[in-house]
Design a protein around this ligand. Structure first.
Ligand code: SF4
Ligand code: SF4
Length: 401
């Protein structure tokens, strides 16, 4: 398949959330969950780190995968470890914010990954095309070189990392690295995520460290609303999903932002004017316009010609569309169809990034937020069975494979 690298440069609007300190908004009970080190009976330092990541139930926010599995795959193989602090979506600064404030923990997490992989090389990856930052991004953090990733959204990584060629690498989100350092040095289970709260309805935009399982409404109330939003987006401004039930939508491992906005343009649905911009910017080389038309007319038999399964869900086609059409949503529907899922049931089968099911059970206040993690209990099941349980957990996580 040819490697496309189109994309567009987006206005970022990181401020005022970015320049404020990252505040904590956590349940005291879950925040104090500790790992039981008596469970760890391993031979090597590498295995101990992987086991702690497993017990701490750390999920990499960049792909929704369990970190211990990524570590196990990279053990003795990866030649370079990269901390992903790229916030390429407008408003979102939930990686670079914690990176600048908690650089020591990020560096510790990187060092632990290097120990597992048996390599020395490590880098921090930060987006370059951000213009409204008042804070200077340093060339190195804790003596680790910071790479400034160029290029338009979302094709930057393909371009920037191409110089690494086929070098085996492990790329881990900044949040997961912080939680890995806390698991190893403080025996803390992951019970929080980092996210940005922003939008023109938010009184006090900021980056927060929030307990898993809190509701979107609890987080919005923490930051305050100046006016009633017409749209609340959970996830990123480009890849997130609009939610209606803020009272019952829960913060998950991959929630990177909550945006509360008041807008009128999106409510006016014009017709496609055939300008071709969506095709020009699509990083997967698709023609979203035709796919949109086929989905709108329910002519699904014609979809295989247009390869909707190659869509990466970046949302660029909807962003660029002058008619404000939800082209990306149509392509997502077409992709679900191409992958053998019935249109209309795709949300159940493939949970969107950053949003839990509206029917998720809301936890009792001050109660442990997750039932499944056996915090501190000795593993009483064989490894294969434990892996099967991990598969079940992965199924419940957004963006899980
Ligand atoms: S959402 Fe899919 S179709 Fe639209 S620009 Fe991104 S990859 Fe292309
Ligand atoms: S960008 Fe919008 S108006 Fe232009 S061709 Fe694509 S769908 Fe039609």
């Amino acid at each position: 398949m040819p490697m496309f690298s189109k994309g567009i440069v987006l206005s970022q609007h990181k401020e005022p959330a970015f320049s404020k300190p990252v505040l904590r908004f956590v349940h005291p009970q879950t925040d104090s969950l500790k790992l039981d080190l008596k469970q760890i009976a391993v031979q090597t330092e590498q295995d101990a780190i992987i086991e702690l990541a497993r017990l701490a139930r750390i999920v990499d926010e960049r792909d929704g995968k369990l970190l211990y599995r990524k570590l196990r795959k990279s053990q003795g193989k990866a030649k370079i470890i990269i901390a992903d602090a790229v916030d390429d979506e407008p408003y979102v600064s939930s990686r670079i914010g914690p990176l600048l404030q908690m650089g020591e923990e990020v560096a510790d997490g990187l060092e632990l990954c290097c120990t597992v992989a048996g390599c020395q090389e490590k880098r921090i990856m930060v987006y370059k095309m951000i213009t409204d930052l008042e804070t200077r991004i340093p060339h190195s953090i804790q003596k680790i070189k910071v790479m400034r990733v160029r290029g338009g959204y979302p094709a930057y990584q393909q371009k920037r990392l191409s110089h690494l060629g086929d070098m085996p690498r492990l790329v881990v989100g900044v949040g997961a690295l912080i939680h890995l350092a806390r698991a190893v040095y403080q025996q803390k289970q992951q019970s929080t995520v980092f996210l940005t709260v922003a939008g023109n309805c938010v009184a006090c935009p900021m980056n927060l460290e929030v307990s898993l399982g809190m509701t979107v409404m609890q987080v919005l109330e923490r930051c305050g609303l100046t006016q009633q939003p017409t749209r609340v987006v959970c996830g990123g401004s480009m890849t997130g999903v609009s939610i209606l039930d803020t009272e019952n939508t829960l913060i998950t491992h991959t929630t990177r932002a909550i945006l509360a906005v008041r807008e009128n343009q999106r409510d006016a649905h014009y017709t496609c004017i055939g300008c071709g911009r969506c095709e020009q910017v699509c990083p997967s080389g698709l023609n979203p316009m035709y796919i949109h038309r086929l989905v709108q007319t329910n002519y699904y038999a014609g979809l295989p010609l247009f390869d909707p399964q190659l869509c990466i869900g970046c949302g660029t086609c909807s962003y660029i569309c002058p008619s404000k059409l939800e082209v990306a949503t149509s392509v997502a529907t077409a992709k679900a169809y191409a992958l053998g899922k019935v249109p209309g049931e795709e949300e159940e089968d493939t949970p969107e990034a950053g949003a839990s099911s509206p029917s998720s059970t809301r936890p009792e206040p001050n109660a442990p937020l997750e039932e499944s993690p056996p915090t501190g209990e000795a593993p009483s099941v064989p490894e294969e069975e434990a892996d099967a349980q991990d598969d079940d957990l992965l199924k419940d996580l957004p963006n899980a494979e």
